[in-house]
Design a protein around this ligand. Structure first.
Ligand SMILES: NC(=O)c1ccc[n+]([C@@H]2O[C@H](COP(=O)([O-])OP(=O)(O)OC[C@H]3O[C@@H](n4cnc5c(N)ncnc54)[C@H](OP(=O)(O)O)[C@@H]3O)[C@@H](O)[C@H]2O)c1
Length: 292
């Protein structure tokens, strides 16, 4: 029976990236819908669950994407609400690559330091989908986590803390000139800022006690000055560092493994924590986060 993936995207245009990865990971057909929200999703879900008998429903799955993490979370809740009894399919949430990228980045950082327990971690521009998920995974791993934002608004940190069951501090960092102060005492650094924006100058992290640093921005200039996109465990300025391609290689493995898993049963829900569990099963055990 053909493996059908229903791609529900909260943005107007369904992500081409997510669609290509779905095919590459083994989906036979990807049915893509854009501009989907919690008010319009029920009938789409019913179309997926009422067409095949319960024993065949693992051949159908749902992928939720889009640029807005909060909208993705609302959509996931609505999708799950539309299921009942055995009438359900597996579903994965990865708005803007948030969960798969965050799991990959936190895995790399954890691999570099051994254990994140008690370490002070700062996620620059941590209010976006990737940074928020990474901050949540870091706090679940026992780190003392702060996120930065250009705005003096702690609501994003509060909602991440609520979602992941921990306390995240919020630091206001208007621009790169504030990075030194934001990173005071930091041992782990993750830049989750937008493409092409350098948020952390070399002097803000080099030789300051930062033991591991990862940058997920792939577009020049690098988000963290001194880290090359291809860095994947290099030692620089006293830290083990990872660039966007170093993180991205693992992200792609995790993303594809998750799509494969969706078609193995009909009741899987893949979100940050369960995607981290899938990552732990990948061949290189040291790439997967522990304790989450
Ligand atoms: N390597 C990979 O495999 C991979 C995969 C997916 C995504 N990515 C990359 O991951 C990064 C994060 O993605 P995302 O979707 O979470 O990011 P995003 O939402 O575009 O941006 C994250 C945060 O950056 C801040 N920001 C926006 N514009 C800014 C500017 N001009 N200067 C300074 N701060 C700014 C905003 O926070 P405030 O308004 O609170 O300041 C925003 O919430 C991006 O660089 C993306 O390309 C990498």
């Amino acid at each position: 029976m053909r493996k059908l993936l229903l791609q529900l995207d909260t943005s107007v245009h369904p992500s081409v990236f997510d669609r290509v990865v779905a095919f590459d990971a083994g989906a036979d057909e990807v049915m893509s819908y854009g501009g989907v929200n919690e008010d319009t999703v029920r009938d789409l879900v019913h179309g997926a669950i009422f067409t095949r008998g319960p024993k065949d429903l693992h051949h159908t799955a749902i992928f939720i994407g889009g640029t807005d993490m909060a909208a993705g979370e609302r959509l996931l809740a609505a999708v799950r609400k539309a299921f009942f009894g055995p009438m359900r399919v597996s579903v994965m949430l990865d708005s803007n690559g948030s969960n798969t990228t965050a799991v990959a980045a936190v895995s790399k950082l954890q691999q570099a330091v051994g254990s994140l327990q008690g370490l002070r971690a700062v996620v620059t521009a941590g209010t976006g989908p990737v940074g928020a998920r990474a901050a949540g995974l870091l706090v679940m791993s026992g780190a003392d986590v702060a996120i930065t934002s250009r705005r003096a608004d702690a609501s994003a940190a509060a909602s991440i803390g609520q979602r992941f069951g921990g306390t995240i501090r919020s630091l206001t960092m208007a621009d790169a000139s504030g990075a030194g102060a934001a990173l005071a005492g930091a041992e782990v650094l993750l830049n989750a800022g937008p493409a092409g924006v350098q948020l952390v100058p070399l002097g803000a992290w080099a030789g300051t006690g930062v033991r591991a640093a990862a940058d997920v921005n792939a577009v020049p200039p690098s988000g963290i000055e001194g880290i090359d996109v291809r860095d994947d465990g290099a030692e620089k300025e006293g830290a083990v560092v990872f660039g966007a391609l170093g993180v991205g290689g693992l992200k792609m493995k995790i993303h594809k493994a998750c799509i494969t898993r969706l078609f193995e049963r009909n009741d899987l829900v893949l979100d940050a924590e369960t995607i981290a569990e899938v990552a732990r099963t990948l061949p290189s055990k040291t790439d997967a986060p522990r304790g989450t």
